[in-house]
Design a protein around this ligand. Structure first.
Ligand SMILES: C[S@@+](CC[C@H](N)C(=O)[O-])C[C@H]1O[C@@H](n2cnc3c(N)ncnc32)[C@H](O)[C@@H]1O
Length: 541
C-alpha cells in the first residue's frame, strides 16, 4: 500500500471479484451483525409478510406437485429449505409461520419441513438464538440454524438437530431462498465494444482521513477507477460461463455489465449439495432480460455508507443454470426489486409450482405490493379507516405498517363505523402474531393495546399492555394506561399500584396524582378526567 497526495492507493488493476472491496463488505456484515439493519441496510422490501406468503405459496405448490409424482418420498422424508444470507430473520419468521398455516389448511400438516436459517457470520445467528419469535419454531423442529458461507464449499451442519445437509440426506428437492444477497456477492466486470469483450479491472483508493487500520471506513468515500483489458474466449475455462460471455459479446451492442461469479459458485454448490434437485427463489434489484443489460455507460455499483451493492445479473444466473440443464423464470420488469425462480428441473413440469409463480411472481408480486405500500404510506393521513383496514389485509396484517399508521387510526377510530372497528379488532391478533422484535423498533403490542383502549375494549387493552411490558420496559405511559383499563374493569387495587408506578416514572404528572388521590379516598370527589369527554385521550400515542 502506498500513500499518494493524501490518497491511499488500496489496490490497482484487480479483477473485480478479487478486489478488496468484497472483503470490506464481509467485514461490515460480520462486525455489525443485527445492527446492520438499524437504519443502515434496507430490509422491509424483502422482510414483510406479503413476500413471505408469495414464497410459501410457491413452496406449497412444489410440495403438492411432489405428492403427485413421488408420494412416498414426500410423506416420509423432510423438505429442507435453506435460506442463505438470512440477516435479521424477520423474513424467515413470516415464511415459516405462513408455510405451516398453508400446509395446515391444505390438510398437509404431516409433511416434514425444516427451514434452515443460514448466514456466514455468527453475529446474526446469536441474534436468532435468543429471539422470542423463533424459539417455538426451533422447539418444534420447524427451524434450525447453520453457518453457510456462499464463497466456500464447506458442508452444512445444522446446529440443533446435528444433521448434515448433503446429497444423501436431502431426498426431496432442496428449496433455497436468497433475498438481497446476490447484490452483495462476488461479481466480475466486463465491457462490450464493437463486438470485442473487455475485462474491467479496478483501482481502489481513498482519502487518508477515511482509512482506519488500513481499511476504508466509508465506502461512499472510496474512489474507484477501471482499466479495460481486451480478452479472448474461454476466459474462465468453465464452459457455461464462457458460453454466456460469448453470447453477450455477440449480441450486446455497447455496454458495461456485471458477471455474477459468486452466484455461479452458489449454483454449482447447490447442484452438488442437492444431487441436482433444487429450487431457488431470489428477490433483489437487478436485470432479468438480456436487453436490459445493453447500453450501460458505467458499472451499476451503488455505495451506501459503509457497504455497497450491485445490480444482480439475474439473466446471467438463469442462463448459466440453463446451460447446465436447469430452468428459470425472471419476472417482467417492474420498478425496484424483482423476484426470480431458478430450478434444476423444468418449472413447467411442476404445474402447481408454476401456477404459484405465475400468480405471485409474474402476477401481483412483492414488487407491486411494495410500490402500492409506498404510495399508501404517503397518503395514510387522507385515508378513512376502512381503506386502512383493507391495506392492512393486503399486507397480511403487517406490524411494520400498523406502527406507521397507529396514530392515524386512533385519531379517526371514534368516527369509524362499527363494522370496520369490528374487522380491525378481529384481526389485531394477526398483527400481534406477526410481531418480530428488532433493535430500535417500536413494540406493536403496545399500539394494539392503545387501539383496544381507544375502542373501550379494556379486557383486550389490559392483555396487550401486559404483553408489551417486557418489550417496552418500565414506561410511564404503559403503567398509566394499564391503570386506567384496570379501573374501568373495576380492579381499583391493581389500578392504584400501576398509577403509583407511573408516578414514580414521572413525578410531574398531575393527572396521575389526581387519580391516586381519587382512588385512595374511596372514589369520593370529582373523577379525574371525568370532565373530559373521552378518557382515552390520555392514552399514550
Ligand atoms: C443485504 S443483507 C440481506 C439480508 C436478508 N436476506 C434480507 O433480505 O434482508 C446480506 C446478508 O448476507 C450475509 N452475507 C454476506 N456475505 C455472505 C456470504 N459470503 N455468505 C453468506 N452470507 C453472506 C450478510 O451477513 C447479510 O446477512
Amino acid at each position: 500500500m502506498q500513500t499518494d497526495n493524501r490518497k491511499v492507493i488500496i489496490e490497482q488493476g484487480k479483477q473485480f471479484s478479487k478486489s478488496a472491496m468484497w472483503r470490506i463488505q464481509r467485514n461490515y456484515f460480520d462486525r455489525e451483525g443485527i445492527n446492520a439493519w438499524v437504519n443502515q441496510v434496507p430490509f422491509y422490501i424483502t422482510s414483510n409478510p406479503f413476500i413471505a406468503r408469495t414464497y410459501a405459496r410457491i413452496v406449497l405448490g412444489m410440495i403438492r406437485d411432489r405428492l403427485k409424482t413421488h408420494p412416498e418420498q414426500t410423506k416420509n422424508h423432510p423438505f429442507y429449505i435453506l435460506e442463505i444470507g438470512t440477516g435479521s430473520g424477520r423474513f424467515s419468521y413470516y415464511f415459516v409461520k405462513t408455510l405451516h398455516e398453508l400446509l395446515d389448511n391444505a390438510g398437509l400438516s404431516d409433511i416434514q419441513v425444516c427451514h434452515v436459517m443460514s448466514d456466514f457470520t455468527k453475529s446474526n445467528m446469536r441474534y436468532w438464538e435468543d429471539h422470542h419469535a423463533l424459539k417455538p419454531f426451533v422447539e418444534k423442529g420447524w427451524v434450525d440454524f447453520a453457518l453457510y458461507d456462499m464463497e466456500a464449499d464447506r458442508p452444512i451442519s445444522l446446529i440443533y438437530s446435528k444433521k448434515h445437509l448433503n446429497a444423501e440426506t436431502i431426498i426431496n428437492p432442496l428449496v433455497v431462498i436468497g433475498n438481497y444477497i446476490f447484490d452483495t456477492s462476488l461479481n466480475d466486470l466486463f465491457a462490450v465494444r464493437e463486438k470485442q469483450l473487455y475485462e474491467l479491472t479496478v483501482n481502489v483508493a481513498s482519502e487518508e482521513s477515511n482509512m482506519k487500520d488500513n481499511w476504508p471506513v466509508e465506502m461512499e468515500k472510496v474512489d474507484i477507477s477501471y482499466n479495460a483489458n481486451k480478452i479472448d474466449s474461454n476466459y474462465y475455462g468453465d464452459s457455461s460461463a464462457d458460453h454466456l460471455l460469448e453470447e453477450y459479446r455477440t449480441t450486446l451492442r455497447e455496454t458495461v455489465f456485471l458477471f455474477p461469479t459468486g452466484a455461479f459458485h452458489v449454483l454449482r454448490f447447490l447442484k452438488k449439495l442437492s444431487n441436482n434437485n433444487f429450487l431457488l427463489i431470489s428477490t433483489d434489484k437487478g436485470n432479468g432480460a438480456k436487453h436490459t443489460l445493453d447500453g450501460a455507460g458505467r458499472p451499476p455499483i451503488y455505495f451506501h455508507g459503509s457497504f455497497f451493492s450491485v445490480m444482480v445479473n439475474f439473466h446471467a444466473m438463469g442462463q448459466y443454470l440453463k446451460n447446465g440443464g436447469g430452468d428459470y423464470f425472471v419476472q417482467t420488469p417492474r420498478k425496484g426489486i424483482k423476484t426470480n425462480v431458478f430450478a434444476s428441473f423444468g418449472l413447467k413440469e411442476m404445474p402447481e409450482t408454476w401456477q404459484a409463480v405465475q400468480d405471485g411472481v409474474e402476477g401481483f408480486s412483492p414488487a407491486d405490493y411494495f410500490t402500492l405500500h409506498r404510495r399508501m404510506s404517503d397518503s395514510f393521513q387522507e385515508c378513512t379507516l376502512d381503506t386502512i383496514a383493507s391495506h392492512l389485509q393486503l399486507a397480511n396484517w403487517d406490524p411494520h405498517i400498523y406502527l406507521k399508521i397507529a396514530s392515524r387510526i386512533i385519531a379517526i377510530v371514534e368516527q369509524a363505523d362499527v363494522d370496520t372497528i369490528h374487522y380491525l379488532s378481529q384481526n389485531m391478533t394477526k398483527i400481534a402474531a406477526n410481531f418480530y422484535d428488532m433493535p430500535k423498533t417500536e413494540c406493536v403490542l403496545f399500539e394494539i393495546a392503545v387501539f383496544f383502549h381507544a375502542t373501550k375494549n379494556y379486557v383486550e387493552a389490559k392483555r396487550y399492555y401486559e404483553e408489551a411490558l417486557p418489550f417496552v420496559g418500565e414506561r410511564f405511559g404503559l403503567h398509566y394506561n394499564l391503570a386506567l383499563c384496570l379501573h374501568y374493569l373495576s380492579d381499583d387495587v391493581t389500578s392504584l399500584t400501576h398509577f403509583k408506578r407511573a408516578l414514580e416514572l414521572d413525578s410531574t404528572s398531575k393527572e396521575t396524582q389526581e387519580w391516586i388521590n381519587y382512588l385512595e379516598k374511596g372514589k369520593t370527589g370529582p373523577k379525574p378526567g371525568s370532565k373530559d369527554t373521552s378518557d382515552e385521550k390520555k392514552v399514550e400515542e
